[in-house]
Ligand binder design. Structure first.
Ligand code: CP
Length: 304
């Protein structure tokens, strides 16, 4: 079914996912500029490097144009008290598609409810980041050749990390997947995700021992501790708990892959030459995949 917006990963079904993968493969091979005359707005109330720039690059590569606010929290009329809904109504008169990142969960849904153009959620607080999950799954498919029958270790901040939440919703659509959640007890995955996985018959276990999980996994998905979403003192209790280093990499199977949505801090600490030459380190290929999957999504939402 054709999508009109992408706010939550649950909206994507298996057919949508494979359609977008095929479109991304096509766009990777040949340059097409089908969106000449169309305009994309990036409305980012939180910092970003990859998501914002890859969406902007994707639109430009598709032949369209981009308008943006530099730090919407500070430099849009939000600072004068304008509501998110009013901003969305206004911006949707200037463009053909909106990509929004906001610090409040549910914000992208609010924007979509009043926008006259398609809306893409580029991260809403600790809620979801569906296009990151899509590019993560696309990377798994490209790296190991399947998105069924594999074991994935989701490691780090599973409480505040929105990419893990969206990825779980997508993993629930495929067969034979086992998830090992690796986190400190205080950053465990929330009950709503566990309920969803149980309803979709996805096997999972919770583990605090990183070294026990590493040899079992086909995919090790590392995440950053989301210090910016924590209460005073919370970060100090959980920092530096799990890290991919030369030592821990020895526990990773030779055919496994290490992914990370990035940016990373101490949870990845590898020499540059290992990052560049070891085929298990896949997170910079993951970054590139994000460009093509976002091109595919924009084209899908805007092409007649
Ligand atoms: N992965 C991700 O969302 O990165 P940015 O915060 O740089 O956009």
């Amino acid at each position: 079914m054709k999508l009109s917006c992408l706010i939550e990963a649950q909206q994507l079904d298996v057919a949508n996912i494979f359609f977008l993968f095929a479109k991304a493969e096509e766009l990777r091979k040949k340059q097409e500029r089908p969106l000449q005359g169309k305009i994309l707005t990036t409305l980012f109330y939180e910092p970003s490097t990859r998501t914002r720039l890859s969406f902007e690059s994707a639109m430009l590569r598709l032949g369209g144009g981009v308008i943006s606010t530099e730090n919407a929290k500070e430099f849009s009329s939000a600072i004068k008290g304008e509501s998110l809904e009013d901003t969305a109504r206004v911006v949707s008169k200037y463009c053909d598609i909106i990509v929004i990142r906001h610090y409040e969960e549910g914000s992208a849904k609010r924007v979509a409810s009043v926008s006259s153009v398609p809306v893409i959620n580029a991260g809403d607080g600790a809620g979801q980041h569906p296009t990151q999950a899509l590019l993560d799954l696309y990377t798994i498919w490209r790296e190991i050749g399947r998105i069924e029958h594999f074991t994935i270790a989701l490691v780090g901040d599973l409480k505040y990390g929105r990419t893990v939440r969206s990825l779980c919703y997508l993993l629930g659509k495929f067969h034979g997947i086992k998830i090992i959640f690796v986190s400190p007890a205080s950053l465990a995955i929330k009950e709503d995700i566990k309920d969803y996985l149980q309803r979709h018959s996805v096997g999972f276990e919770e583990e605090t021992n990183f070294y026990k999980a590493l040899p079992q996994a086909d995919i090790i998905y590392m995440t950053r501790i989301q210090k910016e979403r924590m209460q005073e003192g919370e970060y100090e209790m959980v920092k530096n708990r799990y890290s991919i280093t030369s030592e821990s990499l020895a526990f990773v199977r030779t055919d496994a892959r290490v992914l990370h949505p990035l940016p990373h801090t101490e949870e990845i600490s590898l020499p540059l030459d290992v990052e560049e030459k070891d085929p298990r380190i896949a997170y910079f290929r993951e970054v590139e995949n994000g460009l093509y999957i976002r091109m595919a999504l924009i084209a899908h939402l805007l092409e007649k």
